[in-house]
Write a protein that binds this ligand. Structure first.
Ligand code: PMP
Length: 304
């Protein structure tokens, strides 16, 4: 069970066991919430939040897509995130901010319901397991597709979207895989249940473009920056399924998954069957920056 200590709820800290909302809240019935997953890392200078500004910007963008006004300024929200880490004595951990439609009425119309917010933080290790960071994970191409572009917006990190992710994840686990990748509406590769995807072939790095029904990942953006720094060619374009099978290296990116190599897809061994050399180079650089061993030249870290 998650031990989240004190949770920030609409401006006040509440013990985790007392952090409750009404069962008739709109979000529970209709998925009307927007959230973030943020990580803090321990650096030689103390705790540091990775890309706090970008996470808060995306949270507000997700709410905006759904015509929802967050009742706090971004500065207030950022401050509350830092306070949540501090009050829970976390030098590193995972942070979950959530903005949601609360308790008033239960028609589909969300406008009549208040907009509430919460922030929790707790310790969370490697999402797909410590070993996976080197050995990679075994992945299945899901029989479920990602949301079609004119259905539910995938640029919003909205609670309801994660029903699609759950179908992908459950199918993969039930079939004996560790993670699932879904294709988009046009049949091109989209993303994992909670991760973006990178594919390396002949020294070129590919990732699905923003019209591939994937979330605009903040780790994805960091990896693109790091890969460019190393001089790699990055192509953001439609990736056919079979290109995964013949790739030299594949890895997932995400706040939870960080940079996790993929060892097999549909039981076909990818490249050397574990973390490849380019993945390792990018992974090392990523951890050097977030853990404060390398210069933070892009101002990705907010120290606290
Ligand atoms: N896609 C989905 C569906 C996700 O849930 C996540 C995790 N937030 C990502 C991609 C990766 O995004 P980020 O790097 O911003 O965590």
């Amino acid at each position: 069970m998650i031990e989240a200590g004190k949770i920030w709820m609409d401006g006040e800290f509440v013990d985790c066991e007392d952090a409750k909302i009404n069962i008739l809240s709109h979000v529970i019935h209709y998925g009307s919430g927007f959230f973030e997953g943020v990580r803090a890392y321990k650096t030689p200078k103390g705790g540091a939040v990775f890309r706090l500004k970008e996470h808060t910007d995306r949270l507000y963008d997700s709410a905006k897509i759904y015509r929802t006004e967050v009742p706090y300024t971004k500065e207030e929200f950022n401050k509350a995130i830092i306070e949540t880490l501090k009050i829970n004595n976390l030098q590193k951990g995972y942070i979950r901010p959530l903005v949601y439609r609360g308790y008033n009425a239960l028609g589909v119309n969300p406008f009549t319901c208040p907009v509430n917010a919460m922030i929790a933080a707790w310790k969370w290790g490697k999402y797909l397991g410590e070993e996976a960071m080197k050995q990679g994970v075994s992945v299945k191409i899901s029989s479920w597709r990602r949301l079609a572009p004119d259905t539910m917006p995938t640029m919003a990190k909205a609670c309801g979207n994660y029903l699609a992710s759950q179908l992908i994840k459950m199918e993969a686990l039930e079939d004996g895989y560790e993670e699932g990748i879904a294709l988009d509406y046009n049949g091109y590769v989209s993303e994992g249940s909670g991760e973006n995807l990178f594919v390396i072939k002949n020294g070129v790095i590919y990732t699905p473009a923003m019209n591939g029904s994937a979330l605009p990942g903040i780790t994805r953006d960091a990896v693109i920056t790091i890969a460019k720094e190393f001089g790699y060619e990055i192509r953001q374009e439609g990736i056919p399924r079979e290109m995964l099978y013949i790739a030299d290296e594949i890895f997932f990116t995400g706040t939870a998954a960080e940079i996790t190599p993929v060892s097999k897809i549909d039981k076909i061994v990818i490249g050397c069957g574990q973390r490849g050399p380019i993945t390792e180079k990018i992974q090392n650089r990523f951890f050097d920056i977030v853990e404060g061993r390398a210069e933070d030249k892009y101002n990705w870290l907010t120290h606290y």
